[in-house]
Design a protein around this ligand. Structure first.
Ligand code: UVW
Length: 329
């Protein structure tokens, strides 16, 4: 197994600090040029739309890890309020909200419902911002780790990438299909750089500079069958960080919970690929993306490239964001 010496050699190789300037907070999204956005838009041939986001609700994949919960969604105004106020009148509860709502609802037919959601930004389909993972007190581009405070990420927050959309050419690499497995790639053999190359070769697609690469491991399909959000499956081996670097990829996303393989490929190091991608390369990771319908269509028409549109929310100082990505062919 690799050790910290191997890890440090790779981290030196892939580090993009200073590549786009000392103040850069976009990282590899800099590979997405105006020409790239144009090229991606040109991939829309049929108007077929594939939403890649999963449900944000109580049946989501969280719960096994005690530090993350599924979204808590509650109604704050609903039809019951309208009926009760009509029956008991505005002063029944001595509540200024009730008084105000009755003013809206005394004349005319309009009623409305409101709701609130409380959730970790990492609960379901998401982008990891560059400030999500760090080591040795440094974020991407050498920004100090303590610039992420209780007020939010001063550097490398998700709000900093808004200028990029995020949109580019998306390429699906379907490892479920490559391995010929029934539903998902079980824990055991991590997905290697050679397999990414082989998937691209067999699918007849080239991974190019500025692409957003989507890797299908089948994990989400398995979760829909079992409801077990803690079941580990095969993810990208940590050496895939070098592959992503060499291909000058803009971002990578997968249908599983952490993109990378859960078993450490570097002795004693948890999430080495997160450390290399987010902190050293400045490459964002997307997790819990539902790639099933897109993969079915790609297998049917043999086209594994598309326009991908995946803007995060502008959460001020957020270290991640929910997203409902869309692939369009
Ligand atoms: C961690 O769990 C630290 O990261 P992620 O949610 O990106 O897998």
């Amino acid at each position: 197994m690799a050790d910290m010496t191997d890890f440090r050699r790779v981290s030196d190789d892939v580090r993009n600090w200073g590549r786009w300037g000392e103040g850069d907070e976009l990282g590899t999204l800099n590979f997405i040029t105006t020409e790239k956005v144009q090229q991606a838009a040109g991939l829309v041939k049929h108007g077929k739309v594939f939403p890649l986001g999963v449900d944000f609700g109580s049946s989501g994949p969280q719960g096994a890890f005690h530090f993350r919960q599924n979204p808590l969604h509650v109604m704050t105004i609903d039809g019951g309020d309208a009926s009760t106020l009509a029956e008991y009148g505005p002063s029944w509860l001595k509540n200024p909200a009730a008084t105000q709502l009755s003013e809206y609802w005394t004349s005319g037919p309009m009623r409305f419902n409101d709701d609130v959601i409380i959730m970790p930004l990492q609960a379901a389909t998401q982008w990891d911002a560059l400030s999500h993972v760090y080591y040795e007190d440094k974020l991407y581009n050498g920004f100090p780790a303590d610039s992420v405070t209780s007020l939010g990420a001063y550097h490398c927050g998700i709000d900093k990438v808004d200028v990029k959309g995020i949109t580019s050419r998306g390429v699906l690499l379907d490892i479920v299909r490559l391995r010929g497995v029934q539903t998902f790639c079980e824990l055991g053999d991590p997905i290697t750089p050679a397999e990414l190359d082989e998937a691209a070769r067999r699918q007849g697609v080239a991974v190019e500079r500025g692409d957003i690469v989507l890797v299908r491991t089948g994990w989400w399909a398995r979760f829909l069958e079992t409801g077990n959000g803690a079941e580990p499956g095969a993810g990208l081996d940590w050496t895939c960080a070098s592959w992503l670097h060499d291909h000058e990829v803009a971002a990578v996303a997968a249908d599983n919970l952490m993109v990378e393989n859960p078993m450490p490929g570097v002795d004693g190091v948890f999430l080495p690929m997160h450390m290399l991608c987010l902190r050293d390369m400045g490459l964002m990771l997307g997790e819990y993306w539902d790639l099933n319908a897109l993969a079915t269509d790609c297998a049917a028409d043999g086209v594994y490239e598309f326009q991908l549109i995946a803007p995060p929310l502008r959460v001020t100082g957020g270290v991640g964001s929910p997203v409902n990505p869309i692939a369009i062919k």
